[in-house]
Design a protein around this ligand. Structure first.
Ligand code: FAD
Ligand code: MLT
Ligand code: ZN
Length: 473
């Protein structure tokens, strides 16, 4: 690619174009530091029209394009490969909230809006945008949609897919599809937005979205409960669903090993109990009625859980500050793992909720038998059947040589166990570069062929985020 060719983009495009190595470097390595690529340039368009200009230019020059939001993805989907031929399209400057309609309970935001800013804008309109995850201070609405992010409130509000009513997309040939409808009902043919949600940028660039808002809850109750086993955690889930119904908004599981890891790296983030426990559940209710109603319902739940011997100890937050303190423990888990000698072997899996406890028991026993000293760090969104079932090197050993020597065998063991219960090898993080082969292995030939046909129809030159999600593109 000659500079002259890039100049032809510079001449037409009004956004910012970064080419100096120091400027492009932050866009080239993923959050987990597993993938570092090279790029022709990083384009930062300000408007949808400018995104279309960049995409048309890439199509004409046959230049691959990698959309990037906050670059917090866990599977290396937002960074270019090492070839240096691709253009990174950063959505950082597409950051306007275009409209809030409180009566319709909708908010329309551009793709580069940071999730926390959207939550805040909703709150200022006395509404709730319920998507919530540890990276919310830096991930973007476009990245959430492209990876169909889950997070900690899926139990009540669903994945990002369920929170989206309309999309604006620049297609691979540079056309703008304005599908920003704000309707709850619309049976007028194929639901095209669903194609782009979860497509990880392989079918087009999302430039804006109309999102669902909800009434803000009158009160929030949070508790950290100590339980003896994942089986006990499931009994607590059943009880909490029966007693709290739709007001149960989060139900997170963490092993004692996870809790100890967070406390080691973040000393002010520790469980408020006198003794350590094998497992912990962080649960939350969001009550539409009142503080008093919430306190009573939550108190009765915890009382029954104690009486039934399900819960060994519990700390119920008495204030929002205490609730935030409990959530800080949970949200520091991803970082605590990377501070613990480097990136470990991660598995973002889902299995039927009814199988999860037995899955943990058996798979953990198999891993320790095959890889003595390996430390299983299991945590995640138990209420959704979604585990972050991660495996770390034996104590005192750096992660890199362990991952190198045992990563493939450990993952094969985990994924075979997932497959036996018809689970998923990616519950919420997506496929990216990391799981392309594994996905093709576990999906049927029919399902892979259908996905390839869709890709071929929309992006016949294979320019949109090539090498991600699908093999051979
Ligand atoms: P990026 O990482 O920039 O991109 C992700 C993918 O989307 C890439 O394939 C990229 O090409 C594509 N993409 C980005 N923007 C667009 C666009 N506008 N149009 C088309 N394609 C686009 N995920 C969960 O699901 N649940 C969690 O609980 C969770 N917790 C996390 C906690 C931490 C601390 C971190 C670091 C990550 C976590 N993640 C979680 C992973 C990640 O999916 C989310 O952080 C987020 O959804 C990614 O958004 P992003 O803007 O950073 O996207
Ligand atoms: C989480 O639930 O904390 C995230 O999905 C990130 C992770 O798996 O580390
Ligand atoms: Zn998660």
């Amino acid at each position: 690619m000659s500079d002259g060719t890039l100049d032809s983009l510079r001449g037409r495009f009004c956004g910012r174009l970064l080419t100096a190595p120091d400027d492009t470097a932050p866009f080239l390595t993923d959050w987990r530091r597993n993938f570092t690529g090279r790029t022709l340039a990083v384009a930062q368009p300000d408007t949808t029209a400018d995104v279309a200009e960049v995409v048309r230019w890439c199509a004409a020059q046959r230049i691959p394009l990698v959309p990037q939001g906050g670059n917090t993805g866990m599977v290396g989907g937002a960074v270019p490969d090492s070839g240096g031929h691709a253009l990174v399209l950063s959505t950082a400057r597409l950051n306007r909230i275009r409209e809030i309609d409180p009566l319709n309970n909708t908010l329309t935001a551009e793709a580069g809006c940071i999730l926390a800013n959207v939550q805040q804008a909703a709150q200022q309109a006395d509404r709730l945008y319920p998507l919530s995850l540890g990276a919310e201070g830096s991930c973007t609405i476009g990245g959430n949609l492209a990876s169909n992010a889950g997070g900690v409130q899926v139990l009540r509000y669903g994945n990002t897919r369920e929170l989206c009513l309309g999309l604006e997309v620049v297609t691979p040939d540079g056309e703008v599809w304005d599908g920003l409808r704000a309707l709850r009902k619309d049976n007028t043919g194929y639901d095209l937005k669903q194609l782009f949600i979860g497509a990880e940028g392989t079918l087009g660039v999302i430039t804006a979205a109309t999102l669902k808002l909800y009434p803000r809850p009158a009160a929030r109750m949070t508790a950290l409960a100590a339980v003896a086993s994942p089986h006990a955690a499931l009994r607590l889930l059943e009880l909490a669903q029966r007693r709290l119904a739709a007001t149960l908004t989060a139900f997170e599981l963490m092993s004692g090993a996870c809790m100890a890891l967070v406390a080691r790296h973040f000393p002010d983030c520790r469980a408020p109990f006198e003794q350590d426990h094998a497992w912990y559940v962080l649960l939350e209710s969001s009550d539409p009625h009142s503080e008093a109603h919430a306190t009573q319902a939550f108190g009765e739940l915890m009382e029954e859980a104690f009486e039934a011997g399900i819960v060994a100890d519990a700390a119920i937050a008495a204030s929002l500050a205490q609730s935030d303190g409990l959530w800080r423990i949970r949200h520091h888990l991803p970082e605590a793992q990377s501070l613990d000698g480097g990136d470990n072997i991660k598995h973002d899996i889902s299995v039927p909720i009814s199988s999860i406890a037995t899955f943990i028991e058996r798979t953990s026993a198999d891993i320790v038998a095959a890889h003595p000293g390996a430390r299983v760090l299991a945590f995640g969104h138990l209420g959704d059947g979604n585990l972050h079932y991660n495996v770390s090197a034996p104590a005192g050993m750096p992660q890199a040589p362990f991952v190198q020597a045992s990563g493939a065998a450990v993952s094969a063991l985990v994924y075979e166990a997932v497959d036996r219960v018809r689970g998923s090898i990616s519950a919420e993080h997506g496929i990216g570069q990391l799981k392309v082969e594994k996905n093709a292995h576990y999906k049927s030939a029919v399902e892979m062929a259908l996905m390839q046909k869709i890709k071929q129809a929309l992006d016949p030159h294979g320019l949109m985020n090539p090498g991600r999600l699908l093999p051979g593109h």
